[in-house]
Structures are given as C-alpha cells and as structure tokens.
Design a protein. Structure first.
Length: 406
C-alpha cells in the first residue's frame, strides 16, 4: 500500500464542511438575469456592469471577508459553489469576480489595521472593485518569478514604473492590487513587493487592448505605471513581502478557476441536456433523448461533472482544514481540482458541439459561446500541464511549488 495522501485523509471529515445556503440562494436568484445578458456581453466584448450591480446590491462584494469587517464571512466551499453558479450564467462575470474576491481576500490577509479601516468600507459599502495587476509579459508559472515593474524608494514612499498585462476588470476597477521588484534587487525572494493603490493616482493609466476569443467581457487590459507615487501606507507587508506571503494561503485564485470552469461546463451541459430532451428530427417521432448515442454521452458527461464537483468540494474542505497557509496538502488538492475541472469542461463543450451538430455554430444557440469559454480553461494559470506537474511532485514526496520565487 502506498502512503496515505491528503486526499484520502480528508474524506473522514469531508461532510462536516457546511456552506451558506442563503448566499448560494441569492446567487441562484440573480443568475437568470445574468444569463440573459451573457451573449450580448460576449458579442460586444463589454464589461458586465449590470451583473456587478446585482452582486453589490445583494451585499456580496466582500464575500469572504469576516462579518465583523462588514463582509459575508463565506468559507471556501460557499465561495466556490457561488463561483460555479456564476459560471453557468456568465463566464466573464465568474472569472472577473474570482479576481476581485481573491484580491480583496489577499488584501485582508496582508493589510494592517489602518489599511483595512481605510479600504474595506469602500468595498463593502460603496461597491468598489479590485483588479489583480500582477501579470507581466514573460512571466511563467514554470520558471522563477521575475518582474520588470520597479518600486524605487523616495521620500514618503516609492515611485512605481512598469506595464502589467491581463489586468481583469481593468478600467472598471477602483483599486489595483499590484506587484513589482524593489529597485536594486535581482530575485523575487529578496525583491518582490506589493501595494494596493487607487486607480486615480497620477501616472497610472489603462491601455485597452483586450481582444480575445473568450473572456471577452473581462476587460483584462494593460495597466501602465509611469513614475506613479505610492505612499508607504499603501505598501502591503513592507519590503519583506515574501515573508508576509509565506504566512497565507494564495490558492484561492487557482481553486476559483476550478469552480468557474466547472460552472461553465455545467452550464453547457444543461443546455445540451435540454436540447437532447426537446429536439426531434423528422421523420423520427421521438426526441433525441431516446437515442442510445445521446444517452451514453449524457451519462458519461454527467458522471465526470459529478466527479469534478466532488473534487472541488474536497479541495475546498482541505483549504478549510488547514491553518491558513498554502501547505502541500492544500496545493496538491487544489492543483488536482483545477486540472480535473478544466479538462472536464473542455470535454463537455466539445461533446456539446459534436452532439448538436452544425446548428451548434449558430449564435442563436449558446453552444459556440460555451465552447469558446470552456476550451480555454486548460491554459488559465497555472496551465493544466503545470497543475499535474506540481501535484505529481507532491505525490512523490518532493516539494511542489506553483510559483517559484528563487
């Protein structure tokens, strides 16, 4: 017998993890309105402003922040179930909401008391949004982290210069959660810093460049800093950011992708199942649901979706069982969940196109949109090839790191 892994150990208490039904019911109630707009948002490539107003008005803008700070206090399972529901309705909403909520949660974990008092009321009461302004061209989850954005020390703070890419929410965000290297340092282990700054700071601008086949409404544009002054009070964790980062679990971001793409897969599957139940090709008097080919495919896809959802639940459970740190058990299970959800999603959307046939490419049906959204999950960070590599390292008793700081 091989070693007992975190996955098998977690089964014993898996059913102890509860979710907040009131929050999920709120999301489910909002989902039909979001789904009605999904095709329009995709076609026009515009940010889902209406959907965010629904979420803010429902009091869900700080979902995972403790209630004593004005948030909803949602645990990992509740959060990921909510993301999956959003994924069924509108992919751009689910994927950007994951970035916003992750950044808010990271801010809460890293911020001092004064920073929380200054920023959180704007999120909770005024519906302001965070953007993850961290990615740069040339970054990789496979190699040592290196950043070209530089924090240069000056009196009272720093001057920030650099270009960030794929900054979801872009010009619609109010706060930028951003990273860079401290001037004069060479490796992330000694140099990386992070800050949360307001979008109106002089020297920061958005260049609208996002034009993609999927995630068209995410507004994941470039954000440019040109000698932007960042006061000391906006720096998170000081100049020893890696030391601060090592004290928290940052896998919420990755598991959120698992949840969102599981939701996209389930949304595509639901449309497929309805099509099969209600479509009849003359002269056959029976709907497609009576055909063995469709029956076997529906049985196969529903089984794999159920397995992916259970792994998502388990990964959420492992995170909750931890001590708030991204330990190896958490990293492995999250990587496995992201891999499985995105592989299943890609399979579901491809099968839907094939089973529906030529009609699936027509925009009057949702299948081509779900295909474009669902097929890209495998390359969302960390790409699925990286997920199984990290999970394999941990299974073999080696250290598995999603990001390598050097």
């Amino acid at each position: 017998m091989g070693p007992i892994t975190a996955a098998s150990e977690s089964y014993e208490t898996l059913m102890d993890l509860k979710y907040d039904k009131e929050i999920i019911d709120k999301i489910k109630a909002l989902a039909p309105q979001m789904e009605e707009l999904a095709a329009e948002i995709d076609r026009e490539g515009r940010f889902p402003t209406e959907n965010y107003k629904l979420l803010v008005d429902a009091g869900l803008n700080a979902l995972c922040i403790p209630e004593e700070w004005g948030g909803s206090g949602a645990n990992s399972l509740t959060y990921n179930m909510a993301l999956a529901e959003l994924g069924k309705a509108c992919a751009s909403t689910a994927l950007t909401w994951n970035m916003h909520q992750t950044c808010v949660s990271l801010f809460f974990a890293l911020a001092n008391e004064e920073q929380k008092k200054r920023v959180l009321p704007d999120i909770v009461e005024n519906g302001k949004l965070f953007s993850s302004v961290t990615a740069e061209r040339g970054m990789s989850f496979r190699h040592l982290v290196t950043l070209k954005t530089i924090f240069s020390p000056v009196e009272g703070g720093y001057r920030l210069s650099g270009r960030k890419i794929s900054a979801s929410i872009g010009e619609h965000a109010d706060y930028y959660f951003t990273t860079g290297f401290l001037e004069g340092k060479k490796t992330a282990a000694e140099a990386i810093m992070t800050a949360v700054l307001h979008k109106d700071y002089a020297g920061s601008s958005v260049e609208v460049v996002w034009d993609t086949m999927s995630m068209r409404g995410t507004a994941s544009d470039d954000i440019i800093f040109e000698d932007t002054f960042v006061p000391n009070e906006d720096i998170l964790g000081g100049e020893n950011f890696i030391g601060a980062l090592g004290k928290i679990d940052i896998t919420m971001f990755h598991l959120g992708f698992s949840a969102a793409y599981l939701g996209i897969a389930e949304g595509a599957y639901n449309h497929l199942a309805e099509y099969v139940r209600t479509t009849q090709y003359p002269p056959n008097p029976e709907p497609l649901s009576h055909n063995e080919l469709y029956q076997s495919n529906i049985g196969e896809l529903s089984s794999e979706l159920r397995a992916a959802r259970m792994l998502l639940y388990e990964a959420s459970h492992v995170k909750e069982q931890g001590d708030g740190m991204a330990n190896q058990d958490t990293v492995k299970t999250v990587m496995q969940s992201k891999y499985v959800s995105c592989e299943v999603c890609a399979k579901v959307v491809q099968h839907a196109m094939r089973l529906v046939g030529g009609r699936s490419i027509a925009r009057r049906y949702p299948f081509e949109r779900f295909y474009r959204e669902g097929i890209t999950g495998v390359v969302m960070p960390p790409a699925n090839s990286r997920c199984i590599e990290v999970a394999g390292c941990i299974e073999l008793g080696l250290t598995g790191m999603v990001l390598q700081y050097g």
